[in-house]
Design a binder for this molecule. Structure first.
Ligand SMILES: [Zn+2]
Length: 245
């Protein structure tokens, strides 16, 4: 029964994606990503994550702004209600070079960050319609957010393993699986981290998406009216403000 609910919720979200692809192209034409799956067949999910970090020239260590990182590389993000889908984020594609990510309104920053990186993994590794490969998307997320080489350096430098999930802004249980898979922590560390709940870390939340809003701002600056811009995407001005600004 629950799966049937999730299936119908995902169907609703797929319809929202279809509309969002149409509207995004009207509001901010020409946004494309350059992630290619070709040539990646021989790579593990971790290697693929490492490769993408390099090609995106990500600074070493934690990804400071996952939403801004994806948007800077041609993957617009939107906050949307994903209730019932069992997902904190979902990616969809249109053709070979268009992708977007919906981020649910509820999760805290660590869970949202992990979910976004996990969806990026599906984009980099899989046919995104195929949801059967959850483990490799999680492996990708772990290496993308908390590279094993950096974790190792921090541990060698004496950093407390309990502080590492916060350092990378990832959920402790997810970090535990990633670090154990990468042979960075002991079995005892793994068991303890798995049971830690995310502490109420005092930090700013997920940065709001801005890719489409910035394009709309430019059009407003160039003299177009909000009504005309909304109409160009078959939206009312109120809908434009609610969903895209
Ligand atoms: Zn998944």
């Amino acid at each position: 029964m629950k799966d049937a609910v999730a299936a119908s919720a995902r169907k609703r979200v797929r319809a929202e994606f279809t509309l969002a692809f149409l509207r995004a192209e009207r509001l901010a034409p020409g946004i494309r990503h350059t992630i290619r799956q070709a040539g990646a067949e021989g790579q593990s999910a971790s290697e693929r994550a490492d490769h993408l970090r390099r090609s995106w020239r990500s600074a070493p260590g934690a990804i400071q702004d996952i939403v801004g990182t994806l948007e800077a590389h041609g993957i617009p993000c939107f906050r949307r209600d994903l209730v019932g889908t069992k997902a904190n984020a979902l990616v969809a594609t249109s053709g070979k070079h268009r992708a977007m990510v919906f981020i649910d309104l509820r999760p805290d920053v660590e869970d949202a960050t992990w979910a976004i990186a996990h969806e990026l993994g599906h984009l980099a590794l899989h046919d995104t319609a195929d949801r059967s490969n959850e483990d490799s998307a999680d492996e990708f997320a772990g290496e993308f957010l908390a590279p094993a080489s950096t974790v190792r350096e921090l541990l060698i430098a004496g950093k407390d393993v309990n502080d590492l999930p916060e350092a990378f802004a990832v959920p402790p249980a997810k970090f535990a699986v990633h670090a154990r898979r990468s042979r960075l922590i002991t079995a005892a560390d793994y068991r303890r981290l798995r049971t830690l709940s995310t502490p109420p870390w005092d930090r700013v939340g997920l940065r709001p998406p801005t890719r489409i809003a910035d394009a709309i701002d430019q059009r407003l600056g160039a003299g177009e009216s909000i009504d005309d811009i909304a109409a160009s995407a078959s939206l009312t001005a109120d809908e434009l403000r609610r969903d895209y600004l």
